[in-house]
Design a protein around this ligand. Structure first.
Ligand SMILES: [Zn+2]
Length: 329
């Protein structure tokens, strides 16, 4: 059921949704001006590059990524590095800090951990992370705009190490969290975890979309249909395409050993968006904020395991245990 603006808020406050976690006036609709972008950072020679950096060509094979024990060990490591870079970069989100500075922190952390930033020189992209502020749904380029109190920023981190890509992202509050932004961010986090929790081997991949879309609607949010998760492993972007909205005719099935991302973008406003002149930044037309979370997951014999956690189990995104604790799994 889609939550309407005059319905009681899902949080149990008794207030109407539009006066509580769904307050559109509080989230605002400030356009995010695009700032200046500095040249790409350098990567020391001892860090191994993905082939598209050295050849300039992206593999056109989109074969699903299915891991064996050996490749899985390497992928686990790449995912743990990606989790660590995301946690550390997120700790530096603050009023007045620029996304350019966040890019620098992330870049140095990848290098310190022996990894290459997968986005750097991928299809002409020149930064080590993506930073998507407020109404930017994805692929925002780090620049010199200082973050403002009340902004939200998604940081998307992909690490390439041991021949594998590990990919995760999280959305952070800047300054004092606003209730309406908390509603958006926490719903997006939980939608991501619910999507992952719905994965079962030999069952339709569409279960992921159904879980995400239904939960988002129950909280009054839309889901971006045009972007989805992707197979990942030795190849950065592979099959399957993981829909976050139910699409008629999607007959993909989930197989044990498959690795892919789940990364829904939730909307407070209308779903129309456009690409900025930089060729990357995707911005909603109505400037209303959107949020995104992302994990890389492994299909197991009875469900899915989140790979993008540190060796001691930390993540800026959340775990299935968090979902169970929220009492809604
Ligand atoms: Zn509420």
């Amino acid at each position: 059921m889609k939550l309407k603006s005059n319905d009681p808020c899902w949080c149990g406050s008794g207030a109407k949704h539009k006066r509580c976690h769904g307050d559109r006036r509080a989230v605002g609709a400030r356009p995010v001006p695009i700032g200046n972008v500095t040249p790409p950072r350098s990567v020391p020679d001892h860090i191994v590059r993905p082939d598209y950096v050295t050849t300039g060509r992206i593999s056109t094979s989109r074969k699903p990524q299915i891991q064996d024990a050996e490749s899985l060990t390497r992928l686990r490591h790449a995912c743990a590095v990606a989790a660590k870079v995301l946690i550390r970069t997120g700790e530096h989100v603050a009023v007045g800090r620029t996304t350019e500075q966040l890019d620098e922190i992330a870049h140095d952390t990848y290098i310190e951990l022996g990894a290459y930033p997968s986005t750097l020189h991928y299809r002409g992209y020149t930064k080590s992370i993506c930073t998507s502020v407020n109404g930017v749904i994805c692929h925002g380029i780090p620049d010199d705009r200082p973050l403002e109190d009340g902004d939200i920023v998604n940081i998307d981190v992909t690490a390439f190490v041991d021949g594998m890509h590990g990919d995760n992202s999280a959305t952070f509050h800047v300054g004092t969290p606003r209730p309406a932004m908390i509603g958006l961010i926490e719903t997006t986090r939980e939608a991501t975890l619910r999507g992952i929790d719905a994965i079962r081997p030999f069952e339709p991949l569409q279960n992921v979309a159904e879980a995400i879309e239904t939960f988002a609607a129950s909280r009054g949010y839309g889901v971006v249909a045009e972007y989805g998760g992707h197979g990942i492993g030795a190849t950065f972007h592979a099959d399957p395409h993981v829909n976050h909205c139910v699409v008629r005719g999607d007959d993909s099935f989930v197989l044990p050993g498959m690795t892919f991302t789940v990364e829904p973008m939730l909307l407070t406003g209308r779903p129309e968006f456009h690409q900025a002149a930089d060729g990357w930044t995707e911005h909603v037309d109505d400037n209303r904020p959107s949020a995104q979370f992302e994990h890389t997951v492994l299909v197991t014999d009875d469900g899915a395991e989140i790979l993008t956690v540190t060796d001691d189990g930390r993540t800026a995104v959340g775990t299935l245990a968090d979902l169970a604790r929220s009492g809604s799994a």
